[in-house]
Design a protein around this ligand. Sequence first.
Ligand code: MN
Length: 430
Amino acid sequence: MIALRAGSATDVGLVRANNQDHLLVASPLFAVADGMGGHAAGEVASATACEALADAWASAGAPSPEALATATRAANKAVFEQARANPEMRGMGTTLVAVALTGKVGHECLAVAHVGDSRAYRFRSGALTQVTSDHSLVAELVAEGQLDADEAEFHPQRHVLSRALGVYEDVDVDLSMVEPFVGDRYLLCSDGLSREVSDDRTAAILGRSADPTEAARELVAEARASGGNDNITVVIVDVADDTTEPAGDDGNAPAPSEADEGGDEPTAAVAAIDDETDRDAPDATQAVPVVSPGTTPPPAAPTSAGAGRHQRMVTLRVVAFLLALAAVAAIAVGGVGWYARSSYFVGLSGPDLTIYQGRPGGVLWFKPTVAAHTGVTTAQIEPRHMGELTAGKTEPSLASAHQYVSNLRAEEQAAQRGLPSSTLGGGAIP
Ligand code: MN
């Protein structure tokens, strides 16, 4: 029979003013939430999510994977309602990653539910495997092959979540199932750990600290030593064989003192599966593929229930639409620019006739520029052209602008000699 032993730690980090992360250790249910929102809203969101999750799970009856997904949706609703009721909390949200032991004794299954970029990892035989896929813009671009992992790490929008709890009335919850294997260690964490500490370092710490509380504290210390740029929250859940654990009063619960003192949250950190699991839970574990324990640990991550597919497609459609919009905007700006720059006009710069490239007065932010100084002044042309020169006389090319100026000059010279202006060619003079 399986028993779970847990340890946890949370820390504000070195940069943030407050800790907006929240954790839940209420065996057989464990969770980490990373809240976001101005002022206190992020803290409210993550705490509300954890409380609502625990309440919904407690009232769900049989512990099944579906009950965990339902409890996660209840947590979403609770945060959403709270944001709706408090204008100063509008827009708050939170990530949530939760793991729960479900199923009947002998057929236990660990259910992992998540929304956002807080993660669950499995540590088995010295190897660390990420169980969850981040609901973030860059993670989805990486999954689609549009970004590689290195680009994602420094992407300016790496913090943008594609899904969060409490933002909309309903949320798609990703649900995974893993068959627990004695000796497995599960890690739930906020991005304050996963962004600061490499998987290799995390694996090394998980491998050397047998006590889950000690391991959790070491991971937090490592994240602080690596910069501590965000709040750091860690919950570690060890899968043990309860025949090797000290028995509690009811004969199958380990003594709670062991890991309890370690967690920074005042929740029970140690428990075994209690009588709840003996009830006839709906056998949801059989409905979804599970990872078989076997003698050699399976390399693949647990299967996802596929709930994220639709959301991902929506996200891609939005991205495609935005790209199309950007392309249209670029073409429009290019077109305006071409229009603005494609003609010339003759205008006045003080007494000098000057040829400008552009449109008289400019178009949007495309201002005319001087294309040529003609060397002709207003004193050398007929005064009746002053009006159109002041407004700017548009010509289709630089050559025709020059032609117009020489026509003005020729007209004035002809007038000086008493010839009619109609004998002049060029046609540019009205
Ligand atoms: Mn965070």
